[in-house]
Design a protein around this ligand. Structure first.
Ligand SMILES: Cc1cc2nc3c(=O)[nH]c(=O)nc-3n(C[C@H](O)[C@H](O)[C@H](O)COP(=O)(O)OP(=O)(O)OC[C@H]3O[C@@H](n4cnc5c(N)ncnc54)[C@H](O)[C@@H]3O)c2cc1C
Length: 246
């Protein structure tokens, strides 16, 4: 049993870490950045405010990463992004063909834990930082709700992969938020035949994700999916995409 007499007040535990690179946010961007840096011999402290890695792609949110496959109306179904993200997705395809989001969590965790140069702080949120006299960031402060510890993590390099830009915001960097009008940068992401779209103050949309597990074995014959030999007949754009044969 731990006992303590009353006192005038207490402070949480504090841990001071020194490293080469602090990565704030353990979504796919922060996870891949940490692994890449660690493999280059850089010591990394990866700070993630959730109990799992993966951010929007984790089992908590479940947005799969298929970024290269559908840009600007293209139907680039065989396009893939390389590097660490490809390594993760190939591993996931091998070990997790049914696409269980919880299994992807474990693959991400395993990839990070395998790197001796990464110190991972889960359930730990960056909430404050310290600036040097040169106006550069010298340390971040983070709070772990699970061990009631405040971390002060010092480094010469910081990567803001929080998705929300929390480090840049706390450092006082200029920012803008929301969607710019299409004409500002001539964005091609929206079909150019549509009328100009004004700037919007709000950020994004709401998402409802659902998944259904496959409880029956896949048929060994009679599978109606397209084969690679048919690929030449498949349209490159969604607009003219042929309807599947009944
Ligand atoms: C509605 C929607 C649909 C999408 N659909 C697709 C799709 O179909 N295909 C595709 O490829 N991409 C899709 N994306 C995009 C994809 O989710 C993102 O590109 C990808 O998840 C971005 O990864 P990230 O690591 O930059 O950010 P995130 O996944 O947001 O990760 C950021 C991480 O930082 C953590 N964090 C935040 N603040 C702090 C803090 N203060 N301290 C510590 N950690 C913090 C967060 O908890 C989170 O885990 C979609 C995104 C959205 C919003």
């Amino acid at each position: 049993m731990i006992t303590s007499n009353p006192c005038s007040g207490r402070s949480p535990l504090e841990s001071i870490l020194e490293t080469d690179l602090v990565v704030a946010g353990g979504g796919l961007a922060g996870t891949c950045a940490s692994i890449t840096a660690a493999r280059a011999g850089i010591r990394v402290v990866l700070i993630q405010d959730r109990p799992v890695l993966g951010g929007n792609a984790s089992s908590e949110v479940r947005l799969w990463t298929l970024g290269a496959t559908s840009h600007m109306g293209n139907n680039n179904r065989w396009a893939r992004e390389g590097g660490v993200i490809d390594e993760i997705l190939v591993e996931n395809l091998h070990r997790n063909p049914e696409g269980n989001p919880l299994t992807l969590d474990t693959i991400l965790l395993e990839k990070v834990v395998e790197e001796p140069n990464i110190q991972l702080l889960l359930n730990t949120a960056v909430h404050d930082l310290e600036m040097s006299s040169h106006g550069t960031i010298s340390a971040v402060r983070a709070w772990c709700s699970q061990n009631s510890t405040t971390y002060l993590v010092k480094a010469p390099l910081f990567c803001d992969a929080s998705g929300d830009g929390v480090v840049g915001f706390l450092a006082g960097a200029a920012f803008r938020m929301g969607a710019e009008g299409r004409n500002e940068f001539g964005s091609l992401a929206i079909a150019t035949s549509r009328p100009p779209i004004p700037a919007a103050a709000s950020g994004g949309s709401n998402t409802a994700a659902a998944s259904t597990p496959c409880t029956r074995p896949r048929p060994s014959s009679g599978y109606s999916g397209r084969s690679l030999t048919e690929s030449g007949t498949i349209s490159r754009t969604r607009v003219n995409f042929p309807k599947p044969k009944p």
